[in-house]
Design a binder for this molecule. Sequence first.
Ligand code: 13P
Length: 255
Amino acid sequence: MTNAARKPYIAGNWKMNLDRARSLDLIKTIKGRLGDGGDREVAFFAPAIYLADVAAVAQGSPLGIGGQNIWYDSDGAFTGELAPRMLREVGADRVLIGHSERRQVFGEPNEWMGRKVRASLDTDLLPIYCIGETLDERKANRTDRVLKKQLEAGFEQVKTVDAHRLTIAYEPVWAIGTGETATTEQVEAAHRTIRKWMAQRVGEEATGTVRILYGGSVKPTNAKEIMAIDDVDGLLVGGASLQADTFLPIIEYDR
Ligand code: 13P
């Protein structure tokens, strides 16, 4: 399956930003501009506390709503955590797993990723599994090795039949929130490594259905250029997803 057969996926990760009123305003504005969602998939990953309200406003539109993290058990003594079923219950249909801020700031180990991906698939919460190297890793020429290790962890319990429900986001840590974007060559090489690894793991056919997004300082000014890179099927946008006037031109990168 080629790039063209995979529907472009533009996702906004709000992280710990906005407030309730501004979140709902943004959802209303984007919803009003989306159309039927036939030619692209658009989603927001909102703070968990706002998910129910945000999902209620998005209802009836093709806008996807997701959480930014989950724990992999369905209940139990896990103070401060949220089970996948809880996100589903309030209207979320997707979730980010292994975002670099979870890994770097909150110390989430690679070992949790397989169970988190499995738990999300089992709950019908579509996962975006995030991977990416740090600046030190890139400088030490370890990018490929790091990406493969993260892929191995995330795919631990993924079967070939699950693959089409999975999305990968390549987010080089050094490009997140820094204004520094990876070069075309760097993005292309990383996405090629990811797709090749997946082909060996779940086969060519299933791999052709998996979208690979790029994330890291995506803006209205570079969205079109990044989307034109071979094997880039979408964008995971942080800062520029917080306002309609910066996120809309990214969604509409080709208009
Ligand atoms: P920025 O777009 O703010 O660099 O964030 C990228 C990101 O981490 C999205 O998940």
